[in-house]
Design a protein. Structure first.
Length: 256
């Protein structure tokens, strides 16, 4: 896939050159005019301007500092920090805006601060880091320095429980939205992890999902969900009411 200067994306056969991708997953703006993309199967992160002009890349395949094994999530802050969910290395790494490694946290396991294939990342206004700890079916919160703060969730299908949570995002009030993948829904928790509401069920109709992978929230509190196996994006208001959808399966512009 190559990101074109129109701001659209065009799928091709894939590649490893600058500005090309192999199954990218996470994407994050930094609030300073740049966008970072987790180029998952190329085991790197790429940096672009907001209009799609290639700037830089960092990372390679491996388990050392600054290396990755299928990085799926990325989050960036206005201070220049870039956090990467190094999924198959079961850790999160932090870099500066030039791609220089700063520190890492986490290892494989189920204890506090440990991970089983972390996927999505989000930052709050204080730069605390929220991690979708997918294989452990929970969300973990860390300080900006990578210190464990708290965790929410467990395996299940009830309110506040998860089955492969892939994406995480925060709204302006600090509420936590989670793409609860194999439960085919979005859940919203308050800042203390208390269940607030859920959106969706399995299906292909408006407001239904088939394996949602990513979630985002705009300044108005509207929720956007990447409905992966339905090949579309859906939009909801802050209360979870369905607004619209776009996309559809295919390789043309606006198709997924």
């Amino acid at each position: 896939m190559q990101w074109r200067n129109t701001g659209l994306a065009e799928w091709r056969s894939g590649g490893s050159g600058s500005g090309w991708f192999e199954l990218p997953h996470g994407i994050a703006p930094d609030g300073r005019g740049s966008v970072y993309a987790a180029d998952t199967w190329n085991n790197r992160v790429q940096k672009f301007t907001v209009d799609g002009r290639y700037l830089a890349k960092f990372g390679s395949k491996g388990a050392g500092n600054g290396q990755f094994d299928r990085p799926a999530g990325v989050a960036a802050d206005a201070a220049g920090g870039v956090y990467v969910a190094d999924t198959r290395n079961d850790r999160v790494q932090k870099f500066n805006s030039k791609g220089a490694f700063q520190f890492k946290f986490g290892k494989r396991g189920a204890g506090n601060g440990e991970f089983d294939e972390p996927w999505g990342l989000a930052l709050d206004v204080s730069r605390n880091v929220y991690v979708a700890d997918t294989g452990n079916n929970r969300i973990q919160k860390f300080s900006p320095a990578g210190e464990f703060v708290s965790a929410w969730g467990s395996y299940g299908h009830g309110d506040g429980e998860f089955d492969r949570p892939y994406g995480v995002a925060l709204d302006g009030e600090g509420n936590i939205c989670v793409a609860d993948g194999e439960n085919h829904r979005i859940q919203k928790l308050d800042k203390d992890g208390k269940f607030l509401m859920k959106i969706g069920s399995r299906g292909a109709g408006g407001g239904q999902f088939e394996m949602p992978h990513s979630v985002a929230v705009d300044a108005g509190g509207n929720i956007f969900a990447a409905d992966s196996l339905n090949h579309r994006v859906q939009k909801f208001d802050a209360s979870g009411a369905f607004i619209s959808e776009w996309g559809g399966r295919g390789g043309g512009e606006g198709r997924f």
